[in-house]
Write a protein that binds this ligand. Structure first.
Ligand SMILES: Nc1ncnc2c1ncn2[C@@H]1O[C@H](COP(=O)(O)OP(=O)(O)O)[C@@H](O)[C@H]1O
Ligand SMILES: [Mg+2]
Length: 361
C-alpha cells in the first residue's frame, strides 16, 4: 500500500498542509526542527492512533490550537481509501471513506505502518516496557483479537490494582482474578506463538546487516510460564497469583502477568542490554524492526508503510546500503535526513522548512 496524499491540520508545527507522494522511496529533507519527524509521526498517528515518541496526544496538537486532523488517501489492493483521524475535545475520532468508526479499537491498524527511528536504540538498551510496546504495536497489527485482549487485560489490571490499593477483601478480588487470568493467558499464548517467527526473522535480518561472526537471538521471557496451551498457561498464572498474594497485598499492586513480560536479546551469546556495543545494539534494534516489517507484510499480504526517521545518520555506509536492500520489499518508504544521503536515488523529494512544505516532486 502507499499514501498518495497526506493532509495535516494543526499537527505539531504544521498549520495546514498537503503532501502528495508517489510509491517508492520518498526523501524528506530539511534543517533540524523543520518538521520532518513530525510528518512521519502524523502518518504513524493516523495508522495506529498513537505517536511513536510520546504517549501524550495533547502534545501533538499545534500550540495555541485545540484540535488536530490527519488524513491520507491510500492506494492498496482494496482500491483507494480515505483514512482520517481527528483529535480534540471529543477524543480521537477515526473515519474510513468518510464513515466514522464508533470505537477507535476497531480502526487502529487498518492502515499498517512500521517506524524506524533514533529512539529504537531503547529496544536493545532500554527497559522491558519498550520491548512490550514493540510486541503490542506489532501484534496489534497482526491480529485485532490481540488488540481486544490487550485492552481487556489492561482494563482489568487497572481495576484490580485499584482494589489492591484500597486493601479490598479477597472475595471482592475474585472475579477480577478470574478475568485477569483469562485475558492474561490469551496474551501470553499469543506472544509465545509469535515469538518463534520473530526470532527467526530477526536473526535473519541481523545476519544481513552485520558482520558474519555475529549472531542475534531473540527469546520471549514471559512472566507466566508459557508451556502448553492457553488453559495450562491459565492454570500456571493462577498458581503464580496464589503464591504471590501476600506480596501483592503488601505492595498493593498486581505483581505477575504479561504486563511484566520481556524479550531477551542476545548478541554473540551475551545479553545485548548489558554487554553489546552500541553498534551491535543499533543493529539488534534495526533487526527487530525489519522482522516486524517482513512478518506484517507476510500476514497482511501487503507491505506496511515504512517510516525511516534519521536512520542514515546512525549507520555507517555499509549498513546503510544493506538496509536499503533489506527494505526493498516496501511499496512506499518515507525517509528523513537533514542532508540528502549520498548514493540513494529517491523517487520523490519533499523539502520542508519550519512546518511548511517548500517543494515536493
Ligand atoms: N505541538 C506543537 N506545536 C507547535 N510546534 C511544535 C509542536 N510540537 C513540536 N513543535 C515544533 O516542531 C519542531 C520539531 O519538529 P521535528 O519534526 O521534530 O523536526 P525535524 O525536522 O528535526 O525532525 C520544533 O521546532 C518544535 O518546536
Ligand atoms: Mg527529526
Amino acid at each position: 500500500m502507499f499514501a498518495s496524499q497526506i493532509h495535516l491540520k494543526n499537527f505539531r508545527n504544521y498549520r495546514e498542509t498537503t503532501v502528495t507522494a508517489p510509491p517508492g522511496l520518498i526523501l524528506v529533507v530539511g534543517p533540524n526542527g523543520a518538521g520532518k519527524t513530525n510528518l512521519l509521526e502524523a502518518v504513524h498517528f493516523l495508522a495506529l492512533g498513537r505517536s511513536f515518541r510520546t504517549n501524550r496526544d495533547r502534545d501533538l496538537v499545534r500550540l495555541g490550537e485545540d484540535a488536530l486532523s490527519v488524513r491520507a488517501t491510500v492506494q492498496s489492493a482494496c482500491g483507494e481509501q480515505l483514512f482520517a483521524l481527528d483529535y480534540g475535545a471529543a477524543g480521537k475520532v477515526a473515519a474510513v471513506n468518510d464513515e466514522t468508526i464508533p470505537r477507535l479499537i476497531d480502526y487502529v491498524g487498518t492502515l499498517a505502518v512500521v517506524a524506524f527511528g533514533p529512539d529504537d536504540l531503547a529496544l536493545a538498551k532500554g527497559e522491558p516496557a519498550v520491548r512490550r510496546r514493540f510486541l503490542d504495536v506489532w501484534l496489534g497489527q497482526e491480529s485485532r483479537e490481540y488488540l481486544y485482549t490487550l485492552q481487556r487485560y489492561y482494563a482489568v489490571l487497572r481495576s484490580r490494582n485499584a482494589l489492591l490499593a484500597r486493601a479490598a477483601p479477597r472475595a471482592e478480588m475474585e472475579p477480577y482474578d478470574h478475568e485477569l487470568v483469562a485475558a492474561g493467558a490469551t496474551l501470553t499464548f499469543f506472544r509465545a506463538g509469535a515469538a518463534s517467527g520473530l526470532a527467526a526473522a530477526a536473526a535473519a535480518a541481523y545476519g544481513e546487516l552485520a558482520p558474519e561472526d555475529e549472531d542475534f537471538v531473540v527469546e520471549y521471557d514471559p512472566a507466566v510460564p508459557c508451556d502448553g496451551d492457553e488453559e495450562e498457561i491459565g492454570r500456571a498464572f493462577e498458581r503464580k497469583l496464589e503464591e504471590g498474594r501476600g506480596a501483592e497485598e503488601r505492595r498493593r499492586q498486581t505483581l505477575v502477568g504479561p504486563h511484566r513480560d520481556d524479550l531477551r536479546l542476545a548478541v554473540k551469546g551475551c545479553d545485548a542490554r548489558r554487554f553489546a556495543s552500541e553498534g551491535q545494539q543499533r543493529t539488534a534494534a534495526l533487526s527487530l524492526r525489519v522482522a516486524q516489517f517482513r512478518l506484517l507484510k507476510k500476514t497482511r499480504g501487503d507491505p506496511p508503510l515504512l517510516l525511516l526517521d534519521d536512520v542514515a545518520s546512525e549507520l555507517d555506509a555499509g549498513r546503510q546500503r544493506r538496509l536499503a536492500d533489506v527494505v526493498a520489499g516496501a511499496e512506499q518508504i518515507f525517509f528523513t535526513a537533514t542532508t540528502p544521503p549520498a548514493g540513494i536515488e529517491p523517487d520523490a523529494k519533499i523539502r520542508i522548512s519550519e512546518g511548511q512544505i517548500e517543494a515536493s516532486g
